[in-house]
Design a protein around this ligand. Structure first.
Ligand SMILES: [Zn+2]
Ligand SMILES: [Zn+2]
Length: 245
């Protein structure tokens, strides 16, 4: 039996207006206010807070907020000594971006990986980094992947790799620390390492040190969110050291 064209139209309209909101409620994903456009999934106020950090105001190597008029070099970089040629994030670890990362991580809203990857691509375009040979991500413990599948880092990194047309390489493993798998072909390659959030930097820098064992050409790290107070302590200690030296 074939329904008349008009009935099909009414049915589609009912599914969209009645059933669709139950499946995907038209509330903003991050503040729960009414969302006028269910396809966008965020309200206007939250969209306004998704403003990319400006790389021109940041140290190109560690992304610490710097005074562009000062040419003395970055105090944090001198203290940090991390293995990346460049490190950056799309957003501070606060507000809607942090909530979206949390929803991908803890509520397993996997569809967010593509949206967050798109934000990373927009930021990558402003960083003037070279196109990577491979895209990688920080691994989660094997036991977590058994229960939950791929971690947020990997989900976002695979989407970033797809956008850039570059292969995703899962070359790291976590077993009491980060280790490079034997089979990883990263020698003389430019690596883009993707993180969902840099909170203390410890795991990211440990991943970087593990990757160095594969003799890559260069490594860059790009995160969705960066803890805005991550470098403040290092900077304060750096300033104190400078005053005493
Ligand atoms: Zn909102
Ligand atoms: Zn720096």
């Amino acid at each position: 039996m074939t329904l008349p064209q008009q009935d099909c139209g009414i049915a589609r309209s009912l599914i969209k207006k009645v059933l669709f909101p139950f499946i995907y409620p038209p509330n903003c994903l991050t503040c729960d206010n009414f969302c006028h456009d269910p396809e966008l999934m965020l309200c206007g106020s939250c969209v306004d807070l998704l403003e990319l950090l400006d790389p021109l105001q940041r140290c190109p190597r560690c992304f610490f907020l710097i005074d562009p008029l000062k040419t003395m070099g970055c105090r944090v970089c001198r203290k940090l000594g991390h293995p990346f040629s460049g490190l950056a994030s799309a957003f501070d670890f606060t507000g809607p971006p942090a909530l979206l990362v949390g929803q991908l991580n803890y509520q397993r809203r996997r569809f967010l990986a593509k949206s967050l990857a798109a934000c990373l691509i927009l930021q990558f375009d402003r960083l003037n980094w070279p196109l990577p040979d491979v895209v990688m991500s920080a691994p989660v413990p094997v036991i977590e992947t058994i229960f939950w599948g791929a971690g947020a880092n990997e989900l976002i990194a695979r989407e970033v790799a797809g956008f850039l047309g570059r292969p995703y390489v899962g070359g790291l493993k976590f077993a009491g620390g980060f280790h490079l798998k034997n089979t990883t072909g990263i020698r003389d390659k430019t690596i883009l390492l993707i993180e969902d959030a840099i909170k203390t930097g410890e795991s990211l820098f440990a991943c970087g040190r593990a990757l160095l064992e594969g003799y890559p050409k260069r490594m860059y790290a790009l995160a969705v969110c960066l803890n805005p107070s991550l470098y403040s302590e290092i900077n304060e200690h750096g300033a104190a050291d400078a005053e005493h030296s």
